[in-house]
Design a protein around this ligand. Sequence first.
Ligand code: PLP
Length: 422
Amino acid sequence: MKRDKAIFDLIEKEKQRQEGGIELIASENFTSLQVMKAQGSVLTNKYAEGLPGKRYYGGCEVVDEVEQLAIDRAKELFGAEWANVQPHSGAQANAAVMLACLKPSDKILGFDLSHGGHLTHGSPVNFSGKLYQPSFYGVEQATGLIDFDKVIETAQREKPKMIICGASAYSRDWDYKKLREAADSVGALLLADISHPAGLIARGLLADPMEHCHIVTTTTHKTLRGPRGGMILVGKNFDNPWGLKTPKGELRKITSLLDSGVFPGTQGGPLEHVIAAKAVAFQEALSDDYMEYILQVSKNAKTMADAFLAKGYKIISGGTDNHLMLIDLRSKKLTGKQAEEGLIQADITINKNMVPFDTQSPMITSGMRIGTPAITTRGLKEKDVQKVVDLIDEALQKPEDTKHLKAVKRKVNRFMEKFPLY
Ligand code: PLP
């Protein structure tokens, strides 16, 4: 077969882009070479509908072992009793959970997208807002924090069948105990989507949702540093007091309903090559090296927030407990779009982001979201993070001046040479 030069040249170009720049998108990371090797393997050739030991195809003996290892390691990593590692992504994991646990037009209560929530938690443009009836809780305007007593009040007013917690751009920890109180007071299921802080939760740096939430979903590619993908976890809530039934009207354990929500509910054949890569990443996340890494992610985020505050930037909620922060750029007379477009010219990648109670549209926004998982994988420590903030601030002094941004880009590329990627 002729080598596909066009694609492999583009892959090389993307590698150079990743190597030369400062990656601050809070949801991105760099996987290890062995994660990539597992994903780029012969396992991509195999069909394996079903679960380990219960497949609809022959020849699954080896992939059964692969998937079982991924399940066992996921359970160990999160202290879960049960896991399904097949969801192709975080959105797929949430779709499977909702399909398994809700009926069309059931009420759901999620964290407001414009305050930092995710599309799959009830946005009108997403299946979750189209198939179910969403209502939302948000942060307080004065503090940028969620008032969990108010969430209880909202739940009691709205009476949802499911409460969803977790976010894409919330820099503080969650009170899962209070959220469970909210859920219990109306007989709702509590779903925690820990896609963003999963790695910090796994290694005990943030509150543990497994204890209080009926179901936990996550992506595997953000702080967890695995391949792109999703998974569903359950702690000790195997029973089904809500009387949830299969489409045939059978009462089953919640975990069995969740398995069916993934396959055949929302997916076909699992991606066993990705599941193998997930297994590798889970083993890595259980290691001492990863513990050191994830502690550094947290330290770098706190250092970064302090450095931005010292330069007069406004951070929503005043700081961070996790790996990210949301910066309100209005005090600097900038929009998120201006910042994103200016910084990319200096090879610094962030994303524009709505801030709570934003006065700009989602395409413009008043804020930027910044995270430390990827730069920490590159090896940056506190003093380097200070330098990153200096470079961002320098670029944002003249975010529309191409010559100025080119000069910053040269500094960025030189600086990142000290932190080889692969
Ligand atoms: N849930 C949350 C909280 C997220 O932040 C994201 C992605 O950003 C997702 C779900 C969706 O994940 P994916 O892009 O893998 O579908």
